[in-house]
Design a protein around this ligand. Structure first.
Ligand SMILES: [Cu+2]
Length: 482
């Protein structure tokens, strides 16, 4: 049964930058409980690019995983360590990796200082029961060592969940942006025997979490809530500023995640190289797609194969064409050794699921901004945990249309199930966005997706994944009903 939902304060405006919140923040900072520094007039520390190797987060497999949210001092920049809110002491947290069809229980233990408040864990992209989906104000891990277990069955609609590159992160109401910025994020990989097994694997299958952060002169994270979105001036890959990776002259599978709060990237490779995109948020594409640049908004993923054959001795840079200055460089590949490549990329990868039932309902969600208050809205309303915004029926297929009526881009993320794109601005989908669950929605754009709600009754979120938009109420919930 679902526990009663506490009203969050007395205001329906879930805007954390209220005076009380600011006073609390100041109290936390002065008590030393919160590793946050007031803004100081100092440039972020500079460091030479490509001086530290990429770190691959440690992997956790098995049916029971415990994630302990705790303070840790992490070596991010040269010199003084950065005090972060971490899962198990590292940033990113451990990569959880499990074969599809197997149940994994992730127990979140909250050992952060009480000032951080309650936490909730969202497995982004997973098909979960409502209670395990990272509800923003229920099924929480309370401060002082409280814990909550989230169960992921690895099944969907009578079969195995599709293999995918997912991620997990905090999803607490009003403060998701702060909590993720402070370090509460990690990667989650579902391996699927039904996917082609000739793709690069093992050491040649590399997950890359890309984020931006800002630091003060003492190397501590700076976060000042801004409902338009918080961006940073240092690019980190797996927690390392602009690292390098020594590679062999062969194919690599790169799983690229944009885990930034608000920044979008347009990735490209130097030296005339291109990506062979094989997957999206929702697993493998029907067929690989050759691309020279790939734009990822917050929460989006792209899985690509990059072939360094013939590049021995060369250096290839993963760039962000959307950035200026030093942030244009993200990661350097150094092709340092020769090996025989036993991998291949089949011409066909994985068919899309077929959703050919007649849609039982059509709904429209309009992403806007209130004229008077500036508050972000969906269908003219800010998030209210006591209100259900849509009630689709279990086992039915629906068409959902997302419209951007505001003056800013958004990223629509629907929890609980993948969606097939029907059209973007009336045009058929590009091959690389046939199926996803996080959709960039430019100013004035309209997209229509098809989805089927299976297995799980209860409430699920639908929100903008620019985390400060989400925290400033651009979230709705749907309830799957019998
Ligand atoms: Cu938004």
């Amino acid at each position: 049964m679902r526990p009663p939902r506490p009203r969050h304060g007395t205001s329906v405006l879930h805007v954390p930058a209220a005076p009380a919140a600011a006073a609390l923040l100041l109290a936390l900072v002065t008590s030393g409980a919160m590793p946050w520094s007031p803004p100081v007039e100092a440039a972020s520390p500079r460091y030479p690019s490509f001086t530290r190797p990429l770190i691959i987060p440690k992997v956790r497999s098995g049916s029971a995983v415990t994630l302990r949210a705790k303070l840790a001092d992490v070596q991010i920049l040269p010199g003084r360590k950065t005090r972060m809110w971490t899962y198990d002491g590292t940033f990113p947290g451990p990569t959880i990796r499990q074969r599809t069809g197997r149940t994994t229980t992730v127990t979140l233990v909250n050992d952060l200082p009480a000032a951080a408040g309650s936490l909730t864990l969202h497995n982004h992209g997973n098909h979960s029961a409502s209670a395990s989906d990272g509800q923003p104000d229920a099924y929480l891990a309370e401060p002082g060592g409280g814990s909550t277990a989230y169960t992921y069955t690895g099944t969907e609609d009578g079969g195995n969940e599709r293999g995918a590159f997912q991620w997990y992160h905090d999803h607490r109401m009003d403060v998701t942006g702060r909590n993720v910025w402070m370090g509460l994020a990690g990667m989650y990989i579902i391996d699927d025997p039904a996917d082609p097994q000739t793709l690069p694997k093992g050491a040649f299958d590399v997950p890359l979490m890309v984020v931006d952060r800002s630091f003060d002169a003492g190397n501590q994270l700076r976060y000042a809530f801004d409902r338009d979105g918080v961006t940073g001036d240092v690019t980190l890959v797996n927690g390392v500023p602009q690292p390098y990776l020594a590679v062999a002259d062969r194919r690599y599978r790169l799983r690229i995640l944009n885990a930034s709060n608000a920044r979008s990237y347009t990735f490209a490779l130097s030296d005339g190289m291109s990506f062979l995109q094989i997957g999206t948020d929702s697993g493998l594409l029907p067929a690989p797609v050759r691309r020279t640049r790939i734009t990822l908004a917050p929460a989006e993923r792209a899985e690509v194969v990059v072939d360094f054959a013939g590049k021995l001795g060369k250096r290839v840079v993963l760039r962000d064409l959307a950035a200026d200055g030093p942030q244009r460089s993200v990661l350097q590949f150094r092709v340092t050794r020769h090996v025989r490549d036993d991998s291949s990329v089949p011409a066909t990868l994985r068919p899309l699921p077929v959703l050919d039932d007649a849609p039982a309902a059509e709904r429209t969600f309009s992403f806007g901004q209130a004229r008077l208050t500036g508050r972000w809205t969906i269908n003219d309303r800010g998030f209210d945990p006591m209100r259900v915004d849509a009630s689709p029926r279990l086992g039915t297929t629906e068409l959902w249309t997302f419209v951007n009526d505001s003056g800013a881009p958004h990223v629509v993320h629907v929890h609980g199930t993948d969606q097939l794109l029907v059209s973007r601005d009336g045009r058929p989908p590009a091959p690389y966005e046939a199926m996803k669950e996080s959709w960039p929605l430019g100013i004035g754009e309209t997209i229509t997706v098809k989805l089927k709600l299976t297995d799980n009754l209860g409430t699920f979120m639908l929100h903008c994944h620019i985390l400060e938009h989400e925290d400033a109420a651009m979230m709705a919930q749907y309830e799957v009903v019998p």
